[in-house]
Design a protein around this ligand. Structure first.
Ligand SMILES: Cc1cc2nc3c(=O)[nH]c(=O)nc-3n(C[C@H](O)[C@H](O)[C@H](O)COP(=O)(O)OP(=O)(O)OC[C@H]3O[C@@H](n4cnc5c(N)ncnc54)[C@H](O)[C@@H]3O)c2cc1C
Length: 620
């Protein structure tokens, strides 16, 4: 019997650095698709969200031979549309779900200190104490104070790796000093605590790249259309390359298939409906909408957490912006492009305006995004491990489904599902070791951050540029600086979004697996939600840089621009619609870029062979 993962070493040439091996370049995509066609994998993961990318990394780091296929782009589903908090969940504390709080705070500490300190950092958040009668005031302070103290205690008060400063009580003046936009009379004081903040889409790309650096084959625009079965066992999947819609589907063979498809989990079960298996779990979608407003619209040095009639509302600083969210409503329409309606937007404005001195209006809004929570909805059978947070089930031999949970605890979900896979494979692989495995760019980050002024001086750029790059790429910043050294044009700020550099667009295409403009403007950068033009003023500059990196013909470049502009317009229209039905109808007029590209011409946007890629693998 072949030992699982026995040929991992054949996949990764030891003379190639881990960084080079983790580069998701166009050439790498061609090679990985070939591997997916030709080889048999120990574990094949479906879904490149945080759960799937985390599972691929967990399996690859145990020495297993791993493939990861994602229908659209990495993090194109829910994992780029969250509140971007790495948190224990004060709400769970209130519900006395203490083990969940402890688990999530442990993950928060690991991510912010060891695994991804370049991507996860502390963000201060105020719990405002509402204005009320003196007796109630004492009660509020005691109640919330105890809660936040317990939160800190669960994170390991004196333990190493807590990763966040401790909480502090503030008087009314103290609260308004830290957050001058708080309406006078709305609060009697506040408690300031810390949670982690992350660029959710970038962490997913980093997970996938780290998995790739350990030998995983990673392909985006690769949609699973069905399972390959032998007798009553799943032995692989059928895949369609969405960049080549006329090409025939191909099979990927795997000893275990892991579906980490979030709100698409029920689709996986339906692919087995002909053999009458019970899915074991069901997932329903709940829509959450966020608004992005400029930092100047609200004056404050910390975020806010507010109670709403149905849930909680966060107002979180995000670079030069604030993120305000979220809603929580059932969603039964298009899952690829959930639409925010005018009703969602006015609900959020009404909620946040209850505590603001100057009320926000729709004119303040720069960006809007909507995501779908994958919520478990029962059907746990005896083979399942169902907690309130996530579940792993095996509806058919050879297929594991993992769903639910939250972004913060992706590593726990990943370890759970790969433990099950390893048991299936005969238990030969070791236990999960991802708690010890810094992601690419994390090693050496504290020293690089400390030396950022020197680095800036050496490279002739401002310290602000280096800070921006370090917080997005960690120590892989050196790759971008090498690109700039080779071609000074790469240091040009992007038109309409000058905090981003041309080098970031080229790097996204050459090393971060971005295939389309949408991938760059929406997920590798956040230009689509951080500018009031929503990227339309940057689109030509981005197309020029990306087109050069990927060797786009003029018609491909125009097609990409046309799609992006149409997408933005459809989103704007949907946000004027009164409800979900009309907003969805306005949004789905423009399909996903992958489908759109296929409809409009035969030139693929993505190189199909190493010779097609305009820029060969660079020295970095
Ligand atoms: C509004 C909102 C706010 C949130 N805020 C937070 C927060 O602050 N902190 C936190 O910890 N959590 C938060 N969450 C929860 C968290 O974002 C999700 O739990 C997490 O992102 C889910 O990741 P996933 O990988 O399971 O799903 P997804 O990210 O949706 O990934 C599933 C992937 O599967 C792919 N796929 C589907 N079908 C196929 C197929 N046939 N073939 C190939 N690929 C396929 C999809 O394209 C998709 O990319 C929030 C969620 C929402 C909606």
């Amino acid at each position: 019997m072949t030992r699982p993962g026995a040929n991992v070493r054949r996949v990764r040439d030891p003379s190639v650095s881990r960084y080079t091996a983790g580069r998701l370049s166009p050439i790498r995509r061609v090679a990985d698709l070939r591997r997916l066609r030709d080889e048999q994998f120990d574990v094949l993961v479906i879904g490149g969200g945080v759960t799937g990318a985390g599972a691929a990394l967990d399996a690859a780091s145990r020495g297993l031979k791993v493939g990861l296929v994602e229908a659209r782009d990495l993090a194109a589903g829910t994992s780029s549309r969250s509140s971007k908090l790495i948190h224990g969940g004060l709400r769970y504390l209130e519900q006395l779900e203490l083990h969940l709080v402890h688990e999530a705070l442990t993950e928060r500490g690991l991510l912010s200190t060891r695994l991804a300190p370049h991507l996860v950092r502390p963000v201060p958040i105020l719990v405002p104490l509402p204005a009320s009668a003196p007796g109630a005031r004492v009660w509020h302070r005691a109640y919330y104070g105890l809660g936040v103290a317990a939160y800190d205690a669960f994170a390991g008060l004196f333990g190493k790796g807590r990763g966040m400063p401790l909480h502090r009580h503030l008087t009314r003046d103290g609260a308004r000093h830290l957050f001058p936009s708080l309406r006078a009379g709305a609060v009697t004081g506040a408690i300031r605590y810390f949670d982690g903040q992350v660029d959710d889409a970038r962490l997913v790309v980093n997970l996938a790249r780290t998995a790739a650096s350990l030998g995983a084959a990673v392909a985006t625009s690769a949609r699973v259309t069905g399972f390959v079965r032998e007798a009553r066992e799943v032995v692989g999947v059928r895949v369609r390359d969405l960049e080549l819609p006329d090409a025939p589907e191909f099979e990927v063979r795997a000893r275990t298939v892991v579906a980490a498809t979030g709100v698409w989990s029920d689709d996986m079960s339906q692919m087995l409906s002909d053999v009458g298996v019970r899915p074991g779990l069901r997932v329903r979608a709940s829509k959450g909408v966020h608004l992005v407003v400029p930092r100047s619209a609200i004056t404050g040095e910390a975020g806010l957490i507010l109670r709403t009639p149905t849930s909680v509302l966060f107002v979180i600083p995000w670079g030069g912006h604030w993120i305000i969210g979220t809603t929580d409503t059932d969603w039964h329409l298009d899952r690829s492009h959930p639409a925010a309606s005018a009703r969602d937007i006015s609900y959020l404005l009404d909620q946040v305006n209850t505590v603001l001195e100057r009320p926000l209006t729709t004119d303040d809004i720069e960006g809007v995004y909507a995501g779908l929570r994958p919520l478990l909805s029962g059907e746990a059978d005896s083979t399942s491990k169902l907690s309130r947070e996530h579940a792993v089930v095996e509806p058919m031999l050879g297929l594991l489904l993992v769903a639910g949970g939250k972004y913060t605890t992706y590593r726990v979900m990943a370890a759970d599902v790969i433990d099950r896979a390893v048991r299936r494979l005969g238990g030969i692989a070791p236990e999960s070791r991802t708690d010890q495995l810094p992601l690419l760019g994390a090693d050496g980050f504290p020293a690089a951050w400390r030396d950022r002024h020197d680095i800036a001086r050496r490279h002739g750029v401002t310290a602000g540029v280096i800070e921006h790059l370090l917080e997005r790429y960690g120590t892989m910043t050196t790759h971008l600086l090498a690109m700039i050294a080779a071609d000074p044009e790469m240091a040009t700020p992007l038109t309409g979004a000058p905090e981003y550099l041309a080098a970031e667009v080229a790097y996204a295409a050459l090393a971060e697996g971005a295939l389309h403009m949408d991938d760059v403007l929406t997920r590798r950068t956040r230009i689509s939600i951080e500018t009031s033009h929503r990227g339309t003023e940057s689109v030509r500059h981005v197309a020029a840089v990306m087109g050069q990196a990927l060797g786009w013909a003029p018609e491909v470049r125009e097609r990409e621009i046309e799609h992006y502009l149409a997408r933005v317009e459809a989103e704007r229209q949907s946000q004027k619609m009164p409800d979900d039905l009309t907003a969805d109808a306005a949004r789905i007029g423009v399909p996903d870029v992958r489908g759109f590209a296929a409809d409009r011409g035969s030139s693929p946007a993505v190189p199909q062979s190493p010779e097609d890629a305009a820029i060969s693998d660079a020295a970095w």
